[in-house]
Write a new protein. Structure first.
Length: 180
């Protein structure tokens, strides 16, 4: 009789031991969520393809320029929100214009290594004949990724001039969130 109880006890230990080491799928450690992209993780530039170029020569409607961010790090990261964009003018009277944000709601963008996302800047071009005090001539853009403090300096490649509304409450030149 003793040997039968010993066999049952050994079987119970083996079964219990097996059950104790099995980890249900719901208890498996979750993969860490990606953290936000930092300036050092990214490269930036203006989209310059034919369909991405702003129509700076027309002056009767708004147009868009696009700035892209590419994840050049070896990790997945996220961008969410608005970039900071300061335009530096080519004329002595231009100074620096910090662009206002649109009312669009930002979404979280997940960037794998090598992925690119862009955002648009809506611009209101004006004619060359517009008085100097009413126009802003872009030269450089200081572009800061969302939630960062370091910026990229991008040379404005498209020419033209923009209606100067740097003090307006609702200017016709403004930026949209990343991914829009």
């Amino acid at each position: 009789m003793k040997s039968k109880l010993t066999a049952v006890a050994v079987t119970a230990v083996v079964v219990a031991g097996t059950a104790a080491t099995a980890i249900p799928a719901s208890a498996a450690p979750a993969k860490a969520e990606p953290t936000r992209c930092h300036t050092a993780d990214l490269k930036a530039g203006f989209a310059t393809g034919e369909d991405a170029r702003p129509e700076m020569e027309q002056t009767d409607k708004q147009t868009q320029a696009y700035i892209w961010f590419t994840n050049q790090s070896k990790r997945t990261c996220t961008l969410s929100g608005f970039a900071g964009v300061d335009m530096i003018g080519a004329q002595q009277t231009d100074g620096t214009w910090s662009l206002a944000r649109s009312s669009q709601k930002p979404e979280k963008m997940v960037l794998e290594q090598g992925d690119t996302v862009d955002f648009s800047i809506t611009l209101l071009p004006v004619a060359r004949s517009t008085p100097q005090r009413e126009k802003f001539v872009p030269a450089k853009f200081l572009v800061t990724p969302p939630n960062e403090t370091q910026h990229f300096t991008l040379k404005w490649p498209f020419g033209g001039q923009i209606l100067k509304q740097d003090g307006a409450t609702h200017p016709a030149t403004y930026l949209n969130p990343v991914g829009r």
